[in-house]
Write a protein that binds this ligand. Structure first.
Ligand code: SF4
Length: 503
């Protein structure tokens, strides 16, 4: 049996990270390091395309960034001062190298490479139309729709053709496009996924431009964070400098709030705000909304740590690393025999009995997806001798899938979709359960103008052409709960009714 780390942690997974370099003699090396810092955004495949001013050079493979680019001679085959890199997460049935990025094409607009973070919500519809008109698709990635639309554009220059193509697609894209002598960085008008601009001094004393999904990639290179690429902005970076092109009409921003809850690294600045600050604030607000008498606050590492710190600071209950994470579990783990099955969460986490035994524990995590992993963790903490286990979650119940570049299970698999917090608490075997409310989540990211997407918590989507499932209470979604004494807490999740619809 192959046990994937994806299934082990029962978290949402971001699809991709992107990194671009313009004007540095070691562009591919920088792209490699940038992707290394963005590895958390995708572990299934990675690729880099470089340009030496005449030719584009591509290397992509399945695996993690280090194992792909540490192979002898690989980076040496990627010469030039321009490069884009991409690291990708894909779902189990969709691991083909064919879908790895960047995608490279030679079309009527010249040689072009693309790396895309996000998901197009009308890609299937466009694919059908384009195939009807004779386009032949090489992959099943939605990014290829952009490639075909780009090739079909009548615009004379690439920025015009890109604008044409992108104005026909809907959904989320933070996109890097490389030509022989230009780098484009584009963010969709709603700005679902992050994209940031940075600067790095070259050995010759000039400034090289960098673009990345997250600022943590700049920190690794000692680069300077300049600003975000704005939603609806296309940056054209060439020898003449940087040109900012507004390629699409202004739309209400829908920045992914879950980047602040879980995806992005806490040392990144995302959407102009420190992720760590948001997470600690979430923990503080969680403590205010769901206080409980207890002895220690224990995070589910690593992603639950900042919120647990915030909870502990606010509640004045001691913070303890009562669960230790094994960082060395690979992408896949082959269970040795039938006799020792279902290591499950034990592969990743181990309790510190000396800290937990006899204690009333507040267990802080960032989210519950299916609930199966959380249930195992609660059981593990009880088995380590906890007197009580109170689960606190630093986001609202996740009731709906994401269509904007995040791999989520179906609605039926999301435990909060068909179960109340009381039912979930029983399923987990916890003494109490508390989720932070949606207003508190918005407060934690300082969202006073409705700039964030919260669709996975509301089931209300900001784009057309999404095949929304009907949300109905379904008996088959109910859980069989073990019999435990609980003290349930009601979630104060906001349920907005307004849907922003734009053509
Ligand atoms: Fe982010 Fe959720 Fe919106 Fe997807 S649906 S973009 S995960 S907030």
């Amino acid at each position: 049996m192959i046990f994937t780390s994806a299934s082990a942690d029962d978290h949402f997974h971001d699809h991709c990270g992107v990194f671009g370099v313009f004007g540095h003699p070691e562009a591919a090396n920088l792209a490699y390091l940038g992707l290394y810092a963005l590895q958390h955004r995708g572990q299934e495949s990675a690729g880099i395309v470089s340009s030496d001013g005449t030719e584009l050079h591509l290397h992509r493979a399945m695996g993690e960034v280090e194992e792909i680019f540490q192979q002898p001679g690989v980076l040496a085959k990627l010469p030039g001062s321009l490069a884009i890199g991409h690291t990708r997460y894909s779902t189990a049935g969709d691991k083909a190298l064919l879908n790895a990025q960047p995608i490279m094409i030679d079309c009527n607009k010249g040689k072009v490479a693309l790396g895309h973070n996000g998901n197009l919500t009308n890609a299937a519809e466009w694919r059908r139309k384009l195939e009807h008109r004779g386009s032949i698709f090489q992959t099943n990635s939605d990014t290829e729709v952009i490639v075909h639309l780009l090739a079909r554009s009548a615009a004379r220059n690439l920025s015009g053709a890109l604008g044409d193509a992108l104005n026909q697609v809907e959904g989320a894209y933070s996109l890097l496009v490389l030509t022989q002598d230009e780098l484009y960085a584009v963010r969709d008008p709603r700005g679902f996924r992050p994209l940031v601009l940075g600067k790095l001094a070259t050995p010759a004393g000039f400034a090289a431009w960098l673009v990345a999904s997250e600022t943590c990639a700049f920190d690794l290179l000692n680069a300077h964070y300049v600003r975000e690429v704005a939603p609806g902005e296309m940056l054209r970076i060439s020898k003449s400098g940087i040109e900012s092109i507004r390629f699409a009409p202004e739309k209400q921003h829908q920045q992914c709030i879950f980047e602040h809850v879980y995806f992005s690294r806490p040392d990144s600045i995302i959407f102009g705000r420190s992720v760590n600050e948001s997470r600690e604030t979430l923990g503080r607000l969680l403590a205010r909304e769901h206080p409980v008498e207890a002895d220690i606050v224990v995070p589910v590492p690593d992603s639950g740590v900042p919120a647990a710190v915030g909870y502990a600071l606010e509640s004045k209950i001691p913070f303890r690393m009562g669960l230790i994470r094994n960082h060395y579990i690979g992408r896949t783990f082959i269970e040795p025999s039938q006799a020792i099955r279902n290591f499950g969460v034990k592969l990743k986490l181990n309790p510190v009995r000396g800290l937990i035994e006899g204690q009333r524990v507040i267990l802080v995590d960032d989210s519950i997806v299916r609930g199966t992993t959380s249930r195992k963790i609660v059981r593990m903490v009880r088995e380590a001798g906890a007197k009580e286990v109170h689960v606190r979650i630093s986001c609202p119940p996740t009731i709906s899938p994401c269509y904007y570049g995040v791999d989520t299970p179906t609605r039926e698999e999301l435990i909060a979709s068909f179960n109340t917090p009381e039912e979930i608490c029983k399923f987990l075997g916890a003494d109490s359960l508390g989720y932070v409310s949606l207003p508190a989540l918005k407060q934690a990211v300082a969202d006073t103008e409705g700039r964030f997407c919260t669709s996975c918590y509301t089931g209300v989507y900001p784009t057309d052409l999404v095949q929304l499932e009907v949300r109905e209470p379904a008996s088959n979604g109910k859980l069989e709960a073990p019999s435990v004494t609980i003290e349930n807490e009601r979630v104060a999740a906001e349920r907005p009714v307004a849907v922003e619809r734009e053509s």
